[in-house]
Design a protein around this ligand. Structure first.
Ligand SMILES: [Zn+2]
Ligand SMILES: [Zn+2]
Ligand SMILES: [Zn+2]
Ligand SMILES: [Zn+2]
Ligand SMILES: [Zn+2]
Length: 474
């Protein structure tokens, strides 16, 4: 019986920010909103019909913790939906209606990302695009894809939802990662697997020589034991084990596969940095990296930045400064939340004289540059910043980007998808930036798919999917 998931808010409040968020599987009616266990008999909130539970107990505790703040707003939205959008809709029309409703939510609960996400990810018929609530009002059955369990068609339209096989496969894959995170959290108290190469390397192995993650784990890092156990694309365990292995061997291989697959989603940060350092031919004892637009998410996962110390033999001292308006911290007025503080290293690093430290600055980067404690970086990194497509592009990002170009420091950028990458490339060129590496797919992107519900139907994001490097202007 899941115990930690249902207690996730308390666990998060006690200082562990790495708890699983509400799964899409729950939002789409397959898992309990409170404990994340699979649903047989579905108990639905009768007020808004947008929250699902396995039991009255879960419903009651979820009401107290979360849903009492959501239910009224959902009811308002259901009403708007019913008045404005009754007929069948194209994807473009559905998208319009969703954007309209999101504006209402933003006004009602500006800070509640969770609430917005529940509506964004709602189930709907992919033929007529009436939503789960609209169909329930009309007592029309919503048929679920039996494979991915995330795509639907209503009984009026078709008995089986039509969607491309390739999409269904990615969704199935996504569901496996969601389930893995839930189980992993129950087992370990953490939602995200973090792993590093065990020992610092004596000689540098070039990331450019590896074909991708599997190659990295086997040849550059220290997990050669996975060779032959599962497919290099992390899609499934090898037929040989599947057919001839014992149940225990199969389970172990499957768990290892999911662990290493999900670990790419955090290792993507140090590896994307290590690759950039290779590209700009950086090889010195002291490394100072500025992570711009950082949130508590990056801070939670700082532990695996130690991978940089393990992969780069010349490196003795790694200093990271995390900068961003969302950096959490106790002091209200001071923007420097934390001046240089050393972090613990693994025993081999310590005995080899290697060190790690961190500083935290709450605020925008162009203000940080004026701070007396500003230290010039070797590399500036903006992970998935959405500096062109995001909400605060003009007000907040534009001055930061201009400052970076003017300062002539190497700056590494990543994006969630190709559309964002193209937009950023175009704007960079308008600003006269000099590209060291043009926009390209990032070999070290995270392999965990994240569905996205607004840009395109069945859209998919990957952590650090695309990358480019600039330095100065032309
Ligand atoms: Zn439950
Ligand atoms: Zn409700
Ligand atoms: Zn329909
Ligand atoms: Zn499917
Ligand atoms: Zn170490």
């Amino acid at each position: 019986m899941p115990a930690k998931c249902k207690d996730r808010e308390r666990i998060a409040a006690s200082g562990n920010a790495d708890v699983p968020s509400l799964p899409v599987g729950a939002i789409r009616g397959d898992l309990c909103f409170r404990c994340f266990s699979p649903l047989d008999d579905i108990l639905k909130c009768s007020g808004c019909r947008r929250a699902y539970y396995c039991s009255e107990k879960c419903q009651k505790s979820d009401w107290k913790l979360v849903h009492k703040n959501h239910c009224k707003i959902f009811q308002t939205i259901n009403q708007v939906e019913e008045e404005k959008y009754q007929r069948s809709r194209t994807w473009a029309e559905y998208r319009e209606s969703l954007l309209f409703i999101i504006r209402i939510i933003r006004n009602a609960a500006p800070r509640d990302d969770n609430l917005r996400y529940i509506v964004q990810a709602q189930a709907y018929c992919t033929s007529c695009r009436r939503t789960v609530v609209q169909l329930a009002t009309r007592k029309i059955v919503l048929n679920r894809c039996t494979k991915c369990r995330l795509v639907f068609s209503c009984a009026d339209c078709s008995s089986t939802p039509e969607h491309p096989a390739s999409i269904c496969e990615i969704y199935q894959h996504f569901r496996r990662t969601e389930n893995f995170r839930i189980n992993f959290f129950e087992d370990t108290g953490k939602a995200t697997p973090v792993t590093c190469t065990q020992f610092p390397r004596d000689t540098r192995k070039s990331l450019a020589d590896a074909t991708g993650w599997f190659d990295y784990y086997v040849k550059i890092s220290d997990k050669p034991q996975i060779d032959g156990k599962f497919k290099p694309g992390f899609s499934s365990i090898e037929i040989d084990i599947d057919r001839n292995g014992s149940d225990r061997e199969k389970d172990e291989a499957e768990r290892m596969l999911m662990f290493l697959l999900c670990a790419t989603d955090t290792l993507t940060m140090p590896l994307t940095i290590a690759q950039a350092l290779e590209d700009i031919q950086w090889e010195k004892p002291h490394l100072n990296v500025h992570i711009v637009g950082a949130t508590d998410r990056e801070l939670v996962l700082l532990a695996n930045f130690e991978e940089l110390l393990h992969l780069i033999p010349s490196l003795r001292d790694l200093h990271i400064t995390a900068i961003g308006p969302e950096i959490p911290g106790p002091s209200e007025n001071d923007s420097f939340i934390l001046s240089r503080q050393s972090l613990d290293c693994c025993p081999p690093c310590k005995s080899g004289g290697r060190e790690r430290s961190i500083s935290l600055y709450r605020g925008v980067y162009h203000d940080y540059c004026k701070d007396p404690k500003f230290e010039r970086p070797d590399l500036v990194v903006l992970f998935n910043s959405r500096w062109v497509d995001g909400d605060d592009a003009k007000s907040h990002w534009e001055p930061t980007i201009k400052k970076l170009v003017a300062d002539n420091v190497p700056a590494l950028f990543t994006t969630y998808n190709s559309g964002e990458a193209r937009n950023e490339q175009q704007r960079m060129k308008e600003l006269g930036a000099n590209f060291v590496i043009e926009v390209e797919e990032n070999k070290w992107k995270g392999l965990v798919p994240t569905p996205e519900f607004i840009d395109e139907e069945y859209g998919m994001w990957y952590n650090n999917a695309y990358r480019y490097i600039i330095q100065g202007s032309k």
